[in-house]
Write a protein that binds this ligand. Structure first.
Ligand SMILES: [Zn+2]
Length: 151
């Protein structure tokens, strides 16, 4: 199977730590040690109280759809349309934007449970681990509480 291509990712001190966690199939976000605020995307200070005291914390990967849209126009050569982008609210609170595993939108609705899945993608010849949303199965009650899916 062809590995999916993606546009190049943002790099930097904090971004690299974020991607290193993804490489281990974990989504970690920063939590403020002073006001307990969680934030995404990575940044050097707490966006709520500007504290520089924070630590990485593992997330459940479970969320609910807050909004979504179907892209019909091509913005990146690596991502031919159509594809679906979902904004989902993590169980822990922050909103995470990612593409959806499928272009099937019939059962996609606000509040629908979704799980993060990790997938290996390529930018040119370089492999890295990315994440996307997947609708939680309605027929399986165990899936909603299962561990994160790893491809
Ligand atoms: Zn804070």
């Amino acid at each position: 199977m062809m590995q999916p291509q993606r546009p190049s990712r943002r790099t930097g001190l904090l971004e690299d730590q974020f991607w290193n966690h993804l490489e281990q199939h974990k989504l970690h976000l920063q939590r403020c040690a002073d006001c307990v605020h969680l934030w995404y995307p990575p940044g050097p200070v707490c966006p709520h109280c500007l504290s520089q005291r924070w630590q990485w914390e593992p997330m459940s990967g479970r969320g609910r759809v807050a909004s979504w849209t179907v892209f019909h126009r091509q913005y990146f050569t690596q991502m031919p349309p159509p594809y679906v982008v979902v904004v989902a609210e993590l169980e822990e609170g922050p909103l995470i934007v990612a593409d959806l595993e499928s272009t099937e939108t019939q059962s996609l609705q606000i509040g629908a449970p979704v799980n993060l899945r990790f997938l290996e993608v390529y930018t040119d010849d370089t492999a890295w681990w990315n994440y996307q949303w997947k609708l939680a199965s309605k027929t399986s009650t165990s899936e909603a509480s299962s561990v994160l899916e790893i491809l």
